[in-house]
Design a protein around this ligand. Structure first.
Ligand code: FES
Length: 148
């Protein structure tokens, strides 16, 4: 596997290898798992075991638009849960899931360092602050292509 070639073929580097693949591809596909296992000459189940242990690793391709909703303390007390509920309701996805059309992925995080703008979301790293139910509905419409 080309992107791993600088990594020593030592199974202690397994997590590092998975991190490299995820950073590079955005997720760890079945093919990648096979390639990683081949690279370290270890069974596929060993790679799968590490993947399932760490929530940070994603098994499916992220959607075109990554919706990250902060649910840290400052955002939570300003009703970030309402924002999450609206996204879940409108897009039919929960935390960590991607819509069937691969357009949106929802992820909640615990602070993105913009507490003064709470509640905050980002869409592909673009920050939207002081979110309200009305504002999130508008943002979703924009990304659905319903508003220009
Ligand atoms: S708690 Fe949401 S940005 Fe800090």
């Amino acid at each position: 596997m080309e992107i791993l070639k600088k990594l020593k073929k030592d199974r202690r580097n397994l997590i590092k290898a998975i991190q490299i693949v995820q950073k590079n591809k955005g997720y760890v596909s079945d093919d990648s798992i096979r390639n990683i296992a081949n690279y370290f000459e270890i069974p596929i189940v060993e790679v799968e075991g590490v993947l399932s242990f760490y929530a940070q690793f994603k098994r499916t391709a992220p959607g075109k638009y990554q919706l990250t909703v902060c649910d840290g303390t400052a955002c939570h007390v300003r009703n970030s849960q309402d924002i999450i509920d609206i996204i879940t309701d409108e897009l039919k996805i929960k935390d960590g899931e991607t819509t069937k059309d691969n357009k949106f992925t929802l992820e909640t995080v615990s602070c993105i360092g913009a507490c003064g703008l709470a509640p905050v979301i980002t869409v592909n790293k673009k920050v939207y602050g002081k979110m309200t139910p009305k504002k999130i509905k508008k943002v979703l419409k924009e990304y659905k292509g319903e508003v220009k």
